[in-house]
Write a protein that binds this ligand. Structure first.
Ligand SMILES: Nc1nc2c(c(=O)[nH]1)N[C@H]1C(S)=C(S)[C@@H](COP(=O)(O)O)O[C@H]1N2
Ligand SMILES: [Mo]
Length: 314
């Protein structure tokens, strides 16, 4: 999804080779940390949940597909505020401060409020949901996210009848986010959902993954997870949630409206102008998989788009 000129080759083809080289590098790096005894929490084995982090109900929404190793999910990231290089985000974001942190609820709601993140973390029982995650660039992962339904949070805010869309905004802080000194995007990062999409039970506000608190590179302390849409809709490090009447202009739409639309539903039949979306490479696998309509969540979400031309509303 990089808009630079040299990326006329589909990124899915560039990243494959790089990924294998880099996998070897970071596996070596992780091994070194284990030897020196400096292994941070992040490198703990998958499944080693943080006991301080209480996760209730656990559910799989990825047809029993194998979860991606945590090391891949935490070292192959898109987070342009820190770097446009997926392998560099973990290192560049390691000192990012996620406390104190507030999330401001604004716009067409009866209960506007500035929430402290720790208050949000205690508002609803945390649950784990294993979702497929599909980036527009052609790779995918299967991740156990920890959070709660976005709709539960929204209901507390009491949207008025004027609220037709929800707009989300990431922190803007050039001092902490070196990527914001470059104008790859018009900062801060903004995303949006139609009200009914945001209320869909699959949409999650996420505070953790793999049974642990979200690592900075994955969008700490609070990010969106909407599994039937391309990765870029899953906005990270949210500081503002605004209920609006007009369709929000997302950061990617603003940067390149011909390539990134508002809906961005995973759709193998609608290609990105520069590459096909029919297949995907699951991180850790060699052969490509066929991409599923709505990323495999059609049963839960297709009804929201009935009668819409999904080529026009891409
Ligand atoms: N604020 C912000 N959110 C963001 C991005 C970003 O650059 N900035 N990248 C998006 C893209 S393109 C993807 S694929 C996912 C990546 O999430 P992950 O690193 O947790 O896998 O985050 C999305 N959310
Ligand atoms: Mo992405």
């Amino acid at each position: 999804m990089i808009t630079k000129k040299e990326t006329d080759i589909p990124p899915s083809e560039i990243t494959d080779e790089g990924l294998y080289l880099n996998r070897r590098e970071f596996i070596a790096a992780a091994a070194a940390l284990v030897v020196t005894g400096a292994a941070p929490d992040l490198f703990a084995r998958e499944g080693d949940a943080d006991p301080k982090f209480k996760v209730g109900k656990r559910g799989a929404y990825a047809g029993g597909e194998k979860t991606t190793p945590i090391l891949d999910a935490t070292h192959y990231n898109n987070f342009y505020e820190f770097s446009t290089e997926k392998e560099d985000v973990a290192e560049r974001s390691k000192n990012f401060r996620t406390r104190p942190w507030t999330v401001s609820v604004e716009g067409h709601v009866n209960k506007p409020k500035v929430y402290d993140i720790d208050e949000i973390m205690k508002m609803f029982p945390l649950e784990e949901r294993i979702y497929r995650f599909r980036c527009v660039e052609g790779w995918s992962m299967v991740i156990p996210w920890v959070g709660f339904p976005l709709g539960d949070f929204m209901k507390r805010c009491e949207p008025t009848s004027n609220a037709k869309f929800v707009e989300f905004m990431t922190l803007k802080d050039q001092k902490q986010m070196p990527g914001q000194t470059r104008n790859v995007l018009d900062w801060p990062y903004v995303e949006g959902l139609r009200l009914d999409e945001a209320l869909n039970p699959l949409a999650m506000l996420t505070v953790g993954m793999y049974g642990k608190v979200l690592p900075n590179q994955n969008g700490a302390p609070l990010r969106l997870v909407v599994p039937w849409k391309y990765g870029f809709k899953n906005i990270k490090s949210i500081v503002r949630i605004r209920f609006v009447e007009q369709m929000p202009i997302s950061a990617w739409m603003k940067a390149n409206p011909g390539e990134y639309g508002f809906y961005s539903n995973v759709n193998p039949e609608v290609d990105h102008p520069r590459w096909s979306q029919a297949r995907e490479r699951r991180i850790g696998e060699i052969a490509k998989r066929k991409t599923l309509m709505f990323n495999g969540y059609g049963e839960q979400v297709a009804h929201m788009y009935e009668g819409m031309d999904l080529r026009k509303y891409f």
